[in-house]
Every structure is written in C-alpha cells, then in structure tokens.
Design a protein around this ligand. Structure first.
Ligand SMILES: [Zn+2]
Ligand SMILES: [Zn+2]
Length: 507
C-alpha cells in the first residue's frame, strides 16, 4: 500500500508524502511483510472490525476500562490524565516483556500514554504498532489522533489520516470528531471545516467538537452561524454545546449573545446550568467590565462556584482596578478549599502576603497535592519535541539556550521587561520556581527559531495557560523577528504578529 493518495481537503498532502518517504519518522506501514496479511484481505477484515467496533456502546464512554478489564494494562485506562507517569513506565515494562502483543495491549499503551500527556510516546507506540504488522483499529486511531491534537503534531496527524484512508477505515462519529479536532488544534481550522462540511449526517459530538474549536480560534460569528445551522438540522444541543457557545462568547466579547444562550439553554432545551456554564458566563461579563452583574450571577448560582469562576472574576478585578471586589474574591478562593493551592499562593505573593503564601505551600506539601506539569510541544523535522521549564534534556540543548539568550537580548532591546505577574494563570509549580526566561514555551520557540528559516510560521502547543511574561515576550519576538508565532494553550489559540496578539491580551 503506497501512501500516494492525498486525503480529501488536505492541500499539504502531496508534499507530505514526499516528506514521509525521506523521513524515518513517521514510518510508512509495512503492509507487505511476509507474515502480514495481504492488503485486500486486510482491508476487508478491517472494515468488518470497524463496523463491529462502532456497535460497542463503551466506545462512547471516554473511560473504556470495561473493554480492557482482561488486559494487564487496564489500570492505565482508568488512571487520571496528566498524572500517572510512573504507572505508565510500569505498564511499559510489562508490555515490553509480553511475548505476543495483541491489539488490546497496544491500544492500552497508546491510550495510557496519550492520557498521561506522554504525547511523543503515544505517537511512537502507534508507529511501532503499524510496523509490527498488526492493523490499528478505531481505538488506536482515536487515541493517536488525540495525542497529535494536543501536541500540535500536524504532519504526523496528516499521516495518520492518510493511513486511515488507505486502510479504508470506516469513520464513525468518534473518528470524524477526532479528525476535526486534530486539524483544528494543529492550526488548520480550514481543513476541519472542510471535513465537517463533507459529512452528511453529523453526530452531536461532531457538532460540539466543531463549535468548541471555532471558539478556540476566536471565530465568534462562525460559532453563531454554525449553532443556527445545528438547530435547523434538528440536532438537539446538550450541555457541552452550551459550554462551547458560551466560551466562544467570552473569547469574542459577545455579551448579548451569551445572555441569550444562557437563557435559551434552560428555557428552550431544559438544560440546568452547571458550574462550567456559569464559569463561561461570569468570564464573558467580567471581561466586558460588567463586574457587578458577574458577581451577582456568582451569588445567585445554584451550584458552588469553583476556583475557575473566582479566578475569572479576580482577573477582571485586576484589569478594571476593582480592589474591593478583588479582596472578596481572594477570600473566597482561600476559604473554599478548592485545592487550587498554586493559584492561592501566587495571589498571596503577588500582594506581598509572604507568610500566607508560605502557609499555603506548606499545606500543599503536607497534603501531597498532585500538580500538573507545564509542557510545550513543537513538531519539526518529522518529529515532535517536548519541553518543560528549564529543560536541558534535548540533544540540541546548548544551541537552544544560545538562541534563547540571543532572543532575550533582542526582546530587551525592544523594551521587554520580565514580569512576574503569574497570578491568575494556571502556571505550574515548576514554572513558578524556574527562571521566567526558561519557561517551556520560550524553549519551544527558541528551538523553532534554531531549526527553521526566517519567515517560517512557528506553532507551539502547551498543556496549561501561558503566563503573562511568556505572552508579552512572544509579542515582542514576533515583531523583532518579523515572524508569526502561534501558540495554542489549554484555552485558546494566540496568534502573535507584529507585536500584537489575536487575543487582544485578555485570556
Ligand atoms: Zn511563562
Ligand atoms: Zn494572546
């Protein structure tokens, strides 16, 4: 099977195929290996498999532990994301020693790696699965596509898409949503829209994926139009749809639309607002400076406000210099015991309450609170590179730091001053402790500058929000280098060009 047919709606595909032939990673599948099934036979078997998988109800459940109950790896699937690196290692040790690795064990490993943010490992395992002669199934494809989406690994994701087409994989709604999500998160929202538009009967989850990705790109009016189309098509929106709609409103400053959606949600569709809906609504109002309305909404909530809501409110209090309400917010974060210790500690140190800040850290250590590591990824030269704050593990580390120092100097000459205002962002512990200059997204940008020619667009993906300093720095660097830098963080896309960001500095 040659990978010569470009996937539909994928203008870069022919060039990609050439690139794949040269590059050792990602590898082409070796379907013609002597012990592997003949491609035609294989395709038939595959279609059958895909069909039967589509019937399994647990495919709809993100945690498909039930299927893996017999596998030694079932506990990877049930483990929480972003936390269980150690468990993954243990699983890999068992996996390595297995004389016969069946598809279920491969899938558990890939899904486990993707869930625990070992995105490079997920992709490498998928390549190895393909090279082993086994045929990946719906599970393998949806896991690896989610890893590509989160790492922003566009080339690898396109290869996976080509492979699906080549194997004649029947695309159920989960795989379609995974593809739409992957292209959008890798900066190709145009391809996502094209895939989406070519599907005749769209499933609710695919509508939701499309709406939330348009929101992430800050395309508010497209979201409004798409939702209208969804209502006309007769698909009934659910709670997830409204989270996406309200998020779009907050990113685009659409206060009136947000009020309407919030109202429609319960009156027309009988959906009780959950904490996420309130969160997006509070965020929309706060950003627009409507702090009284936002605070009243918080007080009227039927559910307990979480740290995200208070953070949105606090962020706006700072922006609009509302110190009084800001203090109320801080007390709320402190007394509700949300477990958001890093945030609280950052807040205390930012207002010089050092003793309180110290107390929070002690509490956190005592309770052994699990923290999510801040990671950034960039895809270059056919593989994905991962960075954490102050990372020196990359083989090109010396060159990366040399470039980074040069960029810092350049930025300073353009008027950049490092700012330690980390407070209302979900900055990780490592990032808090590490020198600001060596945050993971700065290292990823330095590596891209090192490896690409002038003018090339830079795409960095991050698992948390960027801190204010990195955001400011990227703006200045985009101007100094005359380059477009795109950074996708946990919440949205930031497009830095000529010293400005598409989020208009409010994220
Ligand atoms: Zn930073
Ligand atoms: Zn921005």
């Amino acid at each position: 099977g040659a990978l010569s047919v470009p996937p539909p709606g994928c203008p870069e595909a022919p060039a990609l195929s050439r690139h794949l032939r040269r590059s050792p990673h990602p590898r082409r599948p070796r379907l013609s290996r002597p012990h592997a099934a003949k491609p035609s036979h294989l395709r038939k078997a595959y279609t059958f498999r895909a069909r039967s998988l589509a019937c399994f109800p647990f495919l709809l459940v993100p945690n498909f532990a039930s299927r893996d109950a017999l596998s030694p790896f079932h506990w990877i699937s049930v483990s929480r994301p972003d936390a269980q690196g150690g468990q993954l290692d243990k699983a890999y040790q068992i996996f390595k020693r297995m004389p016969v690795k069946d598809l279920v064990s491969w899938n558990s490993m890939i899904a486990g790696a993707a869930r625990s943010s070992h995105l490079k490992d997920a992709m490498n395992l998928f390549s190895r699965l393909v090279n082993s002669g086994l045929v990946p199934d719906g599970f393998s494809f949806s896991s690896v596509l989610s890893a590509c989406a989160r790492a922003g690994a566009r080339c690898y994701g396109m290869w996976v898409h080509q492979l699906m087409d080549e194997l004649g994989v029947e695309k159920n709604h989960l795989l379609i949503s995974a593809l739409v999500d992957m292209y959008a998160k890798c900066g190709r929202i145009d391809v996502s829209v094209e895939i989406f538009n070519n599907i005749k009967r769209l499933h609710l989850s695919t509508w939701n994926t499309m709406i939330s990705n348009l929101a992430g790109h800050g395309l508010g009016s497209d979201v409004v139009m798409l939702f209208h189309r969804m209502e006309l098509s007769g698909v009934v929106p659910d709670g997830v749809t409204f989270v996406a709609l309200l998020t779009a409103c907050s990113h685009c400053g659409m206060v009136e639309e947000a009020r309407q959606y919030f109202e429609t949600m319960s009156t027309k569709y009988s959906i009780t607002p959950k904490v996420e809906h309130y969160g997006a609504m509070v965020d929309t109002l706060s950003r627009a400076g409507l702090l009284d309305e936002a605070y009243n909404l918080v007080r009227s909530m039927a559910v307990k406000p979480d740290a995200v809501i208070w953070r949105a409110l606090l962020s706006a209090c700072r922006r609009y210099h509302q110190t009084k309400l800001g203090d109320v917010t801080i007390e709320q974060i402190a007394c509700q015991g949300s477990g958001d210790y890093t945030l609280l500690s950052n807040i205390y140190s930012s207002i010089n309450r050092w003793d309180d800040s110290e107390e929070v850290w002690k509490e956190m250590k005592k309770k052994k609170v699990r923290k999510i590591k801040g990671l950034s990824w960039v895809e270059l030269g056919g593989s994905t590179h991962e960075f954490k704050a102050g990372d020196r593990s990359h083989p090109d580390s010396d060159d990366i730091y040399r470039v980074l120092h040069g960029l810092l100097k350049k930025a300073k000459a353009e008027g950049y001053t490092p700012s330690t205002e980390l407070v209302t962002k979900d900055v990780s512990q490592e990032e808090r402790e590490e020198n600001l200059s060596f945050h993971s997204e700065k290292l990823a940008v330095a590596y891209s500058v090192l490896k690409t020619g002038p003018g090339t667009e830079i795409l960095v993906s991050k698992n948390l929000q960027a801190c204010g300093d990195c955001h400011e720095w990227m703006k200045i660097i985009s101007k100094a280098l005359c380059r477009v830098i795109i950074m996708r963080d946990r919440v949205r896309f930031h497009r830095f060009e000529s010293g400005c960001c598409s989020c208009k500095d409010y994220w």
